[in-house]
Design a binder for this molecule. Sequence first.
Ligand code: AHG
Ligand code: MN
Ligand code: MN
Ligand code: MN
Length: 341
Amino acid sequence: HAAEAHRTDLMTLTRHVLNEQSKHPESKGDFTILLSHIVLGCKFVCSAVNKAGLAKLIGLAGDTNVQGEEQKKLDVLSNEVFIKALTSSGRTCILVSEEDEEATFVDPALRGRYCVVFDPLDGSSNIDCGVSIGTIFGIYMIKDKNKVTVEDVLQPGKKMVAAGTACTGALAWVSTLQLVLSTGRGVNGFTLDPSLGEFILTHPNIKIPKKGSIYSVNEGNAKNWDEPTARYVERCKFPQDGSSPKSLRYVGSMVADVHRTLLYGGIFLYPADKKSPNGKLRVLYEVFPMSFLMEQAGGQAFTGKGRALELVPTKIHERSPIFLGSYDDVEEIKTLYAASV
Ligand code: AHG
Ligand code: MN
Ligand code: MN
Ligand code: MN
């Protein structure tokens, strides 16, 4: 009967957010308007990726970004679309993107109360082979509308008012787009219905299993891991308590690996290693939004030193090691790091 309800009582993302907003009479719908512009960006990225093969959008843009990565044409295109969509919403004042070295300060005439940090295209190394990619975003409120500085986005992740991801997938040969969103009151999953162009609530109130049977890490970096990480992964493969070994699943797109972890349980790790002492993933627009979602779904997120959402970034492209997922699985690696100090 529940499936029937979905078919007729279409709980769209917009209706869902308006319902949420009604719990906050003080809000004037600004968040709903901001979100509708973020959703437009996500839909664009998905459609551009679908057409990429045909529209000669595959391949490199011939530039490298501040991360020192070769930018894909879709990285650049997706970034431009998000900057334009967020700016035109009239609800933002600072934008931080993986693809822009400096933060974007929105024209005062178009300024709103929100700061958006985003990774317009996550997993771009996977585009050319059709593997799942997506978008990651986090939203902060401005501290003082009349004094807008980069400090407004160098806030700990726990200050985010919302975070979400969009992730392309394929169900029965149809490419799908799943959007996962939290505004601080749990996590909800939506699936784009291309015939309506609307995101429909398909995964209400997502809760991550307390313990999982999957670990997700790039084993190719094992040579450079520190002791606690190496010991944890060893335990995944050779359990000492007689339980069966965990399965390894690693897509290489954080949005896909974290989406699976949220729904199936388990742990996703991007540890520090000798080459990159702060790991690879960026705090503002990868670590914080994913950690926010994990905590809201009953899981947890750890940097190797402490709770990920307590981190206070000092630079907009700062990186951090991250261990996130099922509560009990992350608890185990926390114990190993605590014993190593
Ligand atoms: P992006 O494509 O936005 O630069 O992010 C790529 C990230 C993340 O999606 C993924 O978890 C990680 O890179 C994979 O890194 P490795 O290839 O080193 O495992
Ligand atoms: Mn990149
Ligand atoms: Mn990314
Ligand atoms: Mn990216």
